[in-house]
Design a binder for this molecule. Structure first.
Ligand SMILES: [Zn+2]
Ligand SMILES: [Zn+2]
Length: 444
């Protein structure tokens, strides 16, 4: 029983801490116990250690440890990718020798496929370019997405790459590039997740989640069978007349018959919900037409709204003159921005003729629901945008509809005035609104 409980406790603790570290920073969990625990681990504890360090080691120890940890977690090296691969390989090496003789031919075949798929998608997501933006391919990336005048405004430059930032892009300080439709930098694949590898990353999450769930089910089935052979009155679901102690003893006996199989079964059972959560979170982001990076921006704008500092007014696609240095005249996206949102530091409403684009009076915004998300076309179109990076929503013009003279960029001209601060918005189901005129722009 000691082995069973020791393994269970270790696996449960590691899974929970990993869950808190990875999920606690998400905006949706910010004000939950998970978010609080995340702040405790990532902020309060380091502060406490700093105080101890300053008293005991004159403040020399923490910076060194911090630099090392930062390098491991955020440096451009494959340490965590190798750790991830080792976890898979060692887990399978512990699991398979004991489980294999008990598997039917179907499960042997299915198991091999389930084992191989995560390796395939690790390779594809890690070695497919996420969509690096350079001065040469900049016009194409400007053509892909319009600026929404909420999260992304034309005329902003990347200080490192010294090129205009296309809508939905972000500079990755680890990779050293601006990435198209940046989602996040993933340490597990040692690369950014962006427009051109997001689908592989999604399939990696799905295949890993399926593998862990499958491994947990097989392990529970095999271990349970062993215990039932030994104790005929025992079953995987606790019999009503059996004490909890006897029931756990049955599991303990089964784990003792193969510690490797038992450990991996517990690990997969506890980590599987976490991997599924990551997968469904990504699906949810696609459903609402946003990315991890953009969800952070929306979250920041919610704070601005709560502080009464966010304002909005209409933007007319019919009368607005596009800045050809930064905007495509006829991009592939089927929607145009129809609003602009700005914030002021002191909550004062901007003047109607302040020089900021837009028409009419400003209106204070209190809710994310009052702001359109330009990048949400509805789930299926959003999914097409993820899985078919060259997808043309208009379906006209052959190939991908891209023409090289669509945008006049590359002269390095900066805008005459600073661009507007960004603003948060949220999803709305308005597939039939604001689509560009011209029937049949969508393929569906
Ligand atoms: Zn950059
Ligand atoms: Zn990166």
């Amino acid at each position: 029983m000691v082995t069973f409980w020791t393994i269970a406790l270790i696996v449960l603790s590691i899974s929970f801490i990993v869950f808190v570290i990875f999920f606690g920073r998400l905006p949706a969990l910010r004000n939950t116990p998970i978010g609080l625990l995340h702040r405790l681990i990532t902020s309060s504890l380091p502060s406490l250690f700093q105080v101890l360090d300053s008293h005991l080691f004159s403040g020399r120890l923490i910076p060194r440890i911090s630099r090392s940890l930062n390098h491991i977690a955020y440096g451009r090296h494959p340490t965590i990718l190798i750790f991830f691969l080792l976890l898979l390989i060692v887990g399978q090496a512990l699991f398979l020798p004991s489980a294999w003789p008990s598997l039917s031919s179907f499960h042997k075949l299915f198991g091999v496929i389930a084992i191989l798929l995560p390796y395939l998608f690790i390779y594809l997501s890690a070695y497919t370019s996420p969509g690096l933006i350079t001065a040469e391919n900049l016009p194409y990336h400007l053509y892909l997405y319009p600026y929404d005048f909420t999260l992304f405004h034309p005329g902003q430059f990347c200080k490192t790459c010294r090129i205009p930032k296309p809508a939905r892009s972000k500079h990755c300080s680890v990779c050293g590039f601006c990435v198209s439709k940046m989602d996040h930098h993933c340490v597990f694949i040692n690369a950014c997740v962006g427009r051109e590898n997001q689908h592989y990353f999604l399939l990696l999450l799905l295949s890993t989640a399926a593998l862990t769930a499958y491994g947990a089910c097989l392990g529970i089935s095999i271990l349970g069978a062993r215990s039932m052979d030994k104790f005929p009155t025992w079953s995987r679901l606790k019999p009503s007349g059996m004490s909890w102690e006897s029931w756990f003893s049955g599991w303990g006996y089964a784990v003792h018959t193969s510690v490797g199989l038992g450990s991996v079964t517990m690990l997969t059972a506890l980590t599987s919900p976490m991997v599924w959560s990551l997968f469904f979170y990504q699906v949810y982001l696609i459903y609402v037409g946003t990315t991890t990076n953009e969800s952070m921006k929306w979250s920041d704008w919610k704070v601005e709204m709560d502080d009464d500092c966010a304002f909005i007014r209409p933007l007319s696609p019919a009368t607005r003159q596009k800045d050809r240095r930064f905007e495509s005249l006829d991009g592939r996206w089927p929607l145009e921005p129809v609003q602009i949102m700005v914030r002021t530091d002191d909550g004062t409403m901007p003047a109607p003729n302040s020089g900021i684009p837009g028409n009419g009076d400003w209106r204070r915004v209190k809710r994310l629901a009052d702001v359109e998300n330009l990048y949400d076309l509805g789930f299926w179109d959003n999914l097409c945008d993820v899985f078919l990076p060259g997808f043309e929503f208009g379906g006209e013009g052959g190939d991908d509809g891209w023409e090289d003279d669509d945008v006049e960029v590359g002269n390095g001209n900066r805008p005459a005035k600073p661009v507007m601060p960004s603003i948060p918005a949220t999803r709305r189901r308005r597939r039939n609104k604001r689509r560009k005129s011209g029937a049949g722009r969508r393929r569906d």
